[in-house]
Design a binder for this molecule. Sequence first.
Ligand code: FO1
Length: 338
Amino acid sequence: MHITVLAGGIGGARFTRGLLHHLSGIGDGDVDVTVIGNTGDDIRLFGLQICPDLDTVMYTLGNGISRERGWGREDETFTVKEELAAYGVAPGWFGLGDRDTATHLVRTQMLAAGYPLSAVTEALCARWEPGIRLLPMSDDRLETHVIVDDEEPGTRRAIHFQEWWIRHRAGIPAHGFVLVGVDEATPAPGVIEAIRDADVVLLPPSNPIVSIGTILQVPGIREALRATAAPVVGVSPIIGGAPVHGMADACLAAVGVDTSASAVARHYGARRSAVPAGADAGGILDGWLVHASSDSASVDELTPLGIATRAVPLLMTDIEATASIASAALDLAASITR
Ligand code: FO1
């Protein structure tokens, strides 16, 4: 059985860890999991190519993640960062860890030698053994930039997503997001096949705009999701009107989507309508999990739209709770017939 997961950073990594725990718990050895990772968060800093969401998935599943931060390495130090600051080298707001820097050095060196990002990611995963196949959404260089107000009233400028996210804590209004490089980008090798040949496609509670939404912008990926024979089931990142982690509400507001479990599902859109049954509805979702019981009303709202919806506890408080969510997503997928 092939399961394909489209993941961003912390939420996607935690969900996938629970999915693997569930699969090992039911002794389902003949299941393989492919994670298609978001690379829109990538940033070139101090000459290093940094891939936050790929590294967060790799470190989380490889047990090297900082449990406290959810990103970067356990037992981390920041001496290089301090020394760069002593030289007055900007930017000072990015948390560049020393152990993490080794990952960026290997990646940058391999990219410079001509290896594509997918080969680099495979090489890095050889050390971490995440238990999944981790594919970047594209081998092409892509960056999410955020449109914010400039000094002059009425003027705007673009800043890198990481500056908006880390330096500004998503606290300055975003007027939109631009995926720089997207027009020339193609999916990385294996990405389309992983969606086409999947038995189930899962959308974990990652940021629907700047993580999963970014993956969907790579030419060919949305089309592959709409065409796959696999049921596509998502997990709401919004519980009771608020994101549990991160700042998805600021991202949703930027694109005019309400911060609710229902609004996110409608944003993804139903793949097939309920009436007339099976007609193309233009979206990518077949199933959706919402939090019981704060969002149970979404079930009656979304089901008539063609999105099979169930309410289950969605707080990923520990690996057992997360495994239960993954199990519920797989059960929902199994109940969805083509
Ligand atoms: N997130 C922060 O809030 N502060 C940081 O200083 C920071 C540094 C960082 C370094 C490497 C890395 O892989 C991730 C890092 N993150 C940091 C998370 C990063 O901003 C991710 O893009 C977000 O978590 C969104 O997925």
